[in-house]
Design a protein around this ligand. Structure first.
Ligand code: ATP
Length: 229
């Protein structure tokens, strides 16, 4: 649960994501998705309840829990004066990782996300789509087991969106657990094995994707029906 003053933003959300799963967390604006993510990653203290990350309590064992999570947040929060490569290297340092192995992994991720030619540019000098890719690379620098993506394809063009889908599917096949929020329902349908729909801080449905879609004519149809005021 999460309260802001007397307002309850998240109210008894109980969910469990399997290791290796690709899980979709959908809901209209203000439903409580980012609040839930902030609670999972330890950026917001919960007002009640508990969260475990691969068995670690995210408050009492926050170091272990946080080390296992990579977050690509909804809004960019990079240090504006760092080069792209340094964004990755500094982020690894935050987890106590440094040296040659980190530099090599940073270069590998820059390559993987098509950012090598921009590696030494300041982050303010790249486009929105490139920032999205950098955000994903940064989320992966410390080799997390759980990747949390808060609207990873907001504002990206069709071509990059398809490329991001492919990267995410590949990462998931390699064993990474992925927790995704998105307003693009076709994205959730394409990528997620299981989907939860939240409305006003509560889960109103949670099912394997095909079962959820089968409740109506389309996922959009089901989504609108379940989230109607
Ligand atoms: P969106 O799709 O628009 O990103 P969301 O599902 O991520 O929405 P949240 O950002 O989690 O929604 O917000 C849930 C509710 O909590 C909203 O009503 C919002 O106004 C409220 N809220 C979020 N952060 C705060 C805060 N720091 N103080 C007070 N209320 C907040």
């Amino acid at each position: 649960m999460k309260r802001y003053g007397s307002f309850t933003a998240v109210d008894g959300i109980s969910l469990s994501v399997e290791s290796g799963e690709f899980y979709g967390f959908l809901g209209p604006n203000g439903a409580g998705k980012t609040t839930t993510i902030n609670a999972i990653v330890g950026l917001a203290r919960t007002s009640g309840g508990s969260i475990r990350i691969f068995g670690y309590d995210n408050e009492r064992q926050w170091r272990e829990a946080r080390r296992l999570i990579g977050l690509s947040p909804q809004e960019f929060n990079f240090d504006r004066y760092l080069s792209l490569r340094d964004v990755l290297i500094y982020s690894a340092g935050y987890y106590g990782l440094r040296g040659k192995r980190v530099a090599e992994r940073a270069d590998m991720l820059l390559e993987r996300f098509g950012l090598t030619s921009h590696a030494h540019l300041e982050y303010t000098k790249i486009s929105g789509g490139q920032k999205r890719r950098l955000s994903l690379a940064r989320a992966l620098i410390h080799e997390p087991k759980l990747l949390i993506l808060d609207e990873p394809t907001a504002g990206v063009d069709v071509e990059l969106r398809l490329a991001l889908w492919e990267w995410l599917q590949k990462l998931n096949r390699e064993g990474l657990t992925i927790f995704l929020t998105t307003h693009y329902l076709e994205e959730a349908e394409e990528l997620c094995r299981r989907i939860a729909i939240v409305r006003a801080g509560r889960i109103v449905a949670e099912k394997p994707t095909e079962e959820l879609v089968a409740l109506g004519a389309s996922l959009q149809d089901v989504f609108l029906e379940l989230t109607r005021n």
